[in-house]
Design a protein around this ligand. Structure first.
Ligand code: ZN
Length: 412
């Protein structure tokens, strides 16, 4: 997605603001001798920014405006290390609400709806973002916050909530409670809006079947407003991103090179009109791709990103191709005869890199035939043929915590 003339002008204004503020990025620009951008090449020569830069700016070093203009701060959930503090001006707060209201509109939510908000309030950007967007839209916000399932269900029935906003795991928990208690006839939910975590297709299906709702995924991160900078429409899982507020790039996480539309890599975001803490070419470490071509909804002014498949730290590079575990996982999931367990081993044999994929099945299928079919489909998906090894059901290690599935033995 090429950067437009208008976006270039907006970035140029951001650069002037950052230089004046002398925050970390302003200093970086000055050191690089950059005073503005006038063309695409200028933009691509701008240095990236990283989460660590934001940590180093703690507490208020990110601010690009005088203190009197800051009306609020948020903080990303830093369970380890220094938290990141993001200052917002009144315009930033308003712009965020405008984007969030647009998310609701894309999901078909109107001022007649009643939105039950279960994400947390406080320093985190979740709850208050969902609420500000709801109010901007004119819908009724029901600001529950997280937990207290009894009360959630009671309010869901009594207030006749039509939209539920929740993490996928909390939505699943509520769906299971509703089923268990036989409350399905008493709830009025039509739509579910989730965000902030990757949910597999199986969980998604389970929630949709159980609650009978339309399911939407919202995108965003605290460093760039918060959730609400994009959402999927009714034409698939891909999420439209509001490119009048952020400019979107996908880069090779290894080389930093910008990738063409359609290729998988790391999402990099540039805020176009943010005042409190503008970010230029911020590396999110979220993995996705720009979905090329027009969308059935007709909103082609807002580019689409695919479902987030993980973090760039999980990436494998083999035969010059970037491969992500989630891509392999998705291909394997299309074989009903395979279990959900698998293992990927990368090794260096006879001068070339080899990928072995171990999968499990039972004795009812022809292993040789299955082996070839899996290899073929993986080749079709990622571009080269792996060695597929089929093992007996239950052979691969299972763990209650996160199971390690990728072993890179090339450099051992
Ligand atoms: Zn669309």
């Amino acid at each position: 997605m090429k950067i437009s003339e208008q976006q270039l002008q907006q970035v140029d204004r951001q650069i002037k603001r950052l230089l004046k503020s002398n925050n970390f990025y302003g200093t970086r620009l000055r050191e690089a001798g950059i005073t503005g951008v006038t063309c695409e090449e200028d933009f691509y020569s701008l240095p990236f920014s990283e989460k660590q830069d934001l940590r180093d700016a703690y507490p208020l070093g990110l601010a690009a405006v005088p203190n009197k203009d800051i009306v609020r701060i948020h903080s990303s959930s830093g369970t380890t290390g220094t938290p990141v503090i993001i200052p917002y001006t009144q315009k930033d707060v308003d712009d965020w609400a405008i984007q969030f209201a647009r998310c609701y509109e894309y999901a078909g939510v109107t001022s007649d709806d009643r939105i039950q908000i279960t994400p947390g309030y406080g320093l985190w950007t979740a709850g208050i973002g969902f609420q500000a967007g709801a109010e901007r839209l004119g819908a009724m916000a029901i600001p529950m916050g997280p937990g207290n399932t009894e009360k959630q269900l009671q309010f869901m029935m009594d207030m006749e909530s039509t939209v539920l906003t929740a993490t996928a795991s909390y939505a699943l928990l509520l769906a299971e409670e509703i089923e268990k208690r036989g409350l399905k006839d008493k709830i009025h939910l039509k739509k579910l809006i989730t965000g902030s975590e990757r949910s597999g297709e199986k969980i998604r299906r389970r929630i949709i079947d159980s609650l009978g709702v339309e399911y939407y995924d919202i995108y965003g991160l605290t460093e760039v407003y918060g959730p609400g900078i994009g959402i999927n429409c009714d034409h698939g899982h891909a999420m439209h991103v509001w490119n009048d507020f952020v400019y979107l790039e996908i880069i090779d996480p290894d080389t930093g090179e910008v990738l063409p539309d359609g290729e998988w890599g790391e999402i990099v975001l540039t805020t176009l009109v943010k005042e409190g803490a503008p970010l230029i070419r911020f590396r999110t470490h979220d993995l996705s791709r720009i979905v090329p071509g027009p969308c059935g909804c007709g909103h082609d002014e807002h580019p689409r990103i695919d479902t987030i498949t993980g973090r760039s730290d999980d990436m494998m590079k083999i035969h010059g191709v970037n491969v992500f575990p989630a891509q392999i996982e998705e291909i394997l999931a299309s074989f009903p005869e395979l279990s959900s367990e698998y293992q990927i081993r990368l090794s260096h044999l006879e001068g070339r890199d080899t990928m072995r994929i171990y999968v499990e099945t039972d004795g009812t299928v022809d292993w040789e035939d299955l082996r070839m079919r899996v290899a073929r489909r993986v080749k079709h998906g990622i571009g080269f043929t792996p060695l597929v090894k089929i093992v007996e059901l239950g052979v691969l290690p299972r763990s209650e915590k996160k199971t390690k599935r990728v072993y890179d033995e090339r450099y051992d």
